[in-house]
Every structure is written in C-alpha cells, then in structure tokens.
Design a binder for this molecule. Structure first.
Ligand code: HAM
Length: 416
C-alpha cells in the first residue's frame, strides 16, 4: 500500500466552513479597505532573507528563532515571509512607487513562523493587512484604526474587541529610554532569562516584550517610556488619541505595549480579545517611519496593521459567516433554464445558488437537503406560466409561493 501523508505540523488544509469563512472575511475586509481608498498589492511569499533581518530586528523572536530560512539550490538566502510589512516596503521601492504618496495598499495571504502550535497559533497562518505609505499625519493612524474596527464590526465582533494603544516615541525619545532601561535591567541582570540578558546588550526595549516568567517582575517594575518622551512625540500621540475620541472610538492606553518588531516608532496598537485564551491579539500594527529607507528608498513615514484571519475566524459566530445555500429544482426540463436565470439573478456573495442536474423532483429535494442546502427553489410549468416560484425551507419543511419577478423580495426571503 502506498504511504499516506499528513500536512506539516502547524499547517492545515482549509476546507468546508473554515474555508468559506476565510473567503467571507477576506471579501468583506477587502470591500471595506477599497471603500477607504486602499488598493490591492500582492507580494511574493518567497523573499530574500535580507528583507527581514535588520528591519524586524535580529533580537526579535521572528528573526532569532521563527523564520523558515533556507539556501536554495542556486545558493540564494531565502525566507518564507513571516509578515507582510517589510515585503510591502520592499515592493514600494522595487515598483518605483516612492513618488506616488500617500499610497494606501491592502494585502492578504499566508505567513510563516515556526512557533509552538496551539489554538489560534499556527506555523502557516493568514493575515489581512493595510499600509499607508508616505504620510507623517497622525490622522492616518486614527483612520486605519477606524478602518480595522469597522471591518471587525461588520463581522459582528464589536463586543469582543478592545483597542489598546501606546506610543514608542520618536528616535530621540527611544534613545533616552533605551539607556534608562539598559541601566535599570543591568542592575537586575541576575533575575533575567538568558534571552533577555542577550537583549540587554543589543536592544533592551525588546526585554519588555518577553514572555519568559522570570522576566515578568523586573518588567512590571521597569521605568516607563512616557517619562522619556520628547515634546514632539507627546504632541503626536496627543493628536492620535484626540482623533480616536473625535470618532468615539473607545481605547485603552497600555504603556506596556511595545510590539515584537523593531521597525515601529510613535503609535503602536493592538486589538485584543478575551475569547481566544493566550492568543489574545487579533489585529496589531503601528507606525514605521524608517522602514522604507532601510529598503533603500527615500524617507517615507508610514503606518499599518494586520489581523490574523485564523483568529478572526475563530471569533466569528457561524451565523456571521454562513452562506445561505439554495438548490434549484426544476419540476420539468422546460423549467430548467428559466429557473437557472432566476437563480443567477438572486445569487450574491451571501446567497449561493446551486443547480441540481438529475433525478425526479423528490430525489433532487432529498439530495439537496442531504448536501446541506438551506432552501430549494422549485419551479413547475404552472408556476413558470404564472410568474411564480416555490421556496421550500429544507430544514423546517415550510413551503411558500413567491413572485418570480420580484427578485429583491426573493433575496430578502432567503436572507431573513
Ligand atoms: P504581528 O503582531 O506579528 O504584526 O501579527 C499581526 C497579527 O497576525 C497578530 O495580531 C495575530 O492575529 C496574527 N498572527 C501572528 N502570528 C500568528 C500565528 N502564529 N498564528 C496565527 N495568527 C498569527 C505584524 O505581522 C505586522 N506586520 C503588522 C503591521 C502591519 N504593522 C504595520 N503594518
């Protein structure tokens, strides 16, 4: 017997309700991002390792232990992308878009990190993200937080999400803070995890992001960045929080929020939830004013976020993502194409209308019910001649005669 294969640990085949849910989430988010003026940009899954090494920071968890990095048979140092922002900044320069600012783009697709798999955490996971490239206006930070919330609200998640926000300040603020932290943690070096002792040399800010249990006490007592903020950095953050208040967006200022990637400055934020156990970050992002320069482009202050589609899907109620399925059942051959035409008119992204190909009426009905259709739309010659059609609820058995010319009435019947 030939060998059977399983998907690699931390990866999975998407099918059935999860696959349908993913499509619905991406469609809904894409529509909303387009309505805010964002354009779709798709970058390759494979990138040169150099795109991520410095930009994410060599002390970040991703670069130091989670990247799928390999040398291909031609000797190229490659990575399966662990995130989308550095590739977008690379593409912004490669595509020569540096004069088309501000440029607003969105993307979605698989990302790869070699983390320990658990509920809501995978090695191949999926993100939907947006980036605004080339503006230093704090209003852009507010606008994308608003966009993120609107997307999640549309998916019925408004009550499951908290917005947490913080500022990492500008370069000058961080230079002061880095030294303050260095001397603080130096004095408590013996309490730190070995990873954090390493971080102390290279980037003491990273220690604040540590999950190691022994690091938590020294972290909780560490000096706060707010005390090292320069005046312009304080002013910038003030404008962001004022903008959020102007839009009535509730938020929590979380001065421990530092994010795990090096490219951030000024605003950072996370949308968190209490419904996913330890994987509580659903959407995360912030401002990254120096990343494009790092990719060889001009100074391009930018801001963006990404949400985990897997996590959003776990949070969504089935009802928010479910497609209503309608099976077309012609009672005779003459009705097949008229019924088909009607089906095409009423179908949309939330209403899937499927043909049935063979069998007598009763057989088609029971097969449709068996394959999970919610309704049958039945047309015989009598109905056809009278401009009518019969809708049958396959779950309750209830049957109603409706007008076949009133397509919006029909749609409303199936969606109620
Ligand atoms: P991140 O915080 O690394 O940020 O990831 C963003 C989101 O991706 C997380 O909040 C989470 O929902 C999801 N995610 C991350 N890792 C996993 C995993 N192993 N399994 C399932 N879901 C996961 C970034 O990636 C930045 N590029 C976001 C950004 C865009 N910043 C500016 N623009």
């Amino acid at each position: 017997m030939s060998q059977t294969h399983r998907p690699v640990k931390g990866t999975r085949d998407l099918f059935g309700t999860e696959a349908t849910g993913f499509l619905r989430i991406v469609n809904s988010a894409s529509k909303m991002a387009s309505s805010f003026g964002f354009q779709y940009l798709e970058t390759p899954i494979l990138e040169s390792a150099a795109v991520f090494l410095r930009s994410l920071g060599d002390t970040s968890d991703i670069v130091s232990k989670e990247m799928y990095r390999f040398t291909d048979t031609g000797g190229d140092d490659l990575v399966l992308r662990p995130e989308g922002t550095a590739p977008i900044a690379r593409a912004f320069v490669s595509l020569g878009l540096t004069h088309s600012t501000p440029l607003k783009v969105f993307y979605s697709g698989p990302m790869f990190r070699r983390e320990r798999p658990q509920k809501g955490r995978y090695r191949q996971f999926y993100q939907f993200g947006v980036e605004v490239m080339g503006t230093d206006s704090p209003n852009a930070d507010v606008e994308i937080i608003d966009l993120g919330l609107r997307i999640l609200r549309e998916l019925g998640l408004a009550n499951k999400i908290q917005v947490r926000i913080n500022t990492l300040g500008d370069q000058a603020s961080r230079a002061v803070y880095r030294e303050t932290l260095r001397s603080y943690f130096e004095a408590r070096k013996s309490e730190l995890s070995s990873d954090s002792v390493l971080r102390l040399e290279k980037n003491p800010l990273r220690i604040l992001d540590s999950k190691a249990p022994e690091d938590q006490k020294p972290i909780s007592e560490a000096p706060k960045l707010a005390q090292s903020l320069t005046e312009p950095a304080t002013e910038f953050f003030g404008k962001v929080t004022k903008g959020l208040s102007a839009l009535n967006i509730p938020f929590i200022i979380d001065d421990r929020l530092v994010r795990g990637l090096d490219y951030y400055n000024h605003t950072v934020f996370e949308f968190t939830t209490d419904h996913l156990g330890s994987q509580n970050a659903v959407l995360a992002g912030g401002r990254y004013d120096g990343l494009v320069e790092e990719m060889g482009g001009p100074k391009t202050p930018s801001v963006g976020w990404a949400f985990g589609i897997d996590r959003v899907h776990l949070l969504c109620e089935d009802s928010a993502l479910k497609l209503t399925r309608v099976a077309l059942i012609p009672a005779s051959e003459q009705c097949y194409w008229p019924l088909y035409q009607l089906g095409r008119e009423i179908s949309d992204t939330e209403l899937s209308v499927e043909s049935t190909y063979s069998g007598a009426l009763g057989k088609r009905l029971s097969k449709a019910a068996k394959t999970g259709a919610d309704f049958a739309l039945i047309m015989g010659e009598q109905e056809m001649n009278q401009g009518k059609v019969i809708a049958k609820n396959l779950k309750s058995g209830e049957q109603t005669e409706l007008s076949s010319t009133d397509t919006s009435g029909l749609k409303a019947y199936f969606k109620k």
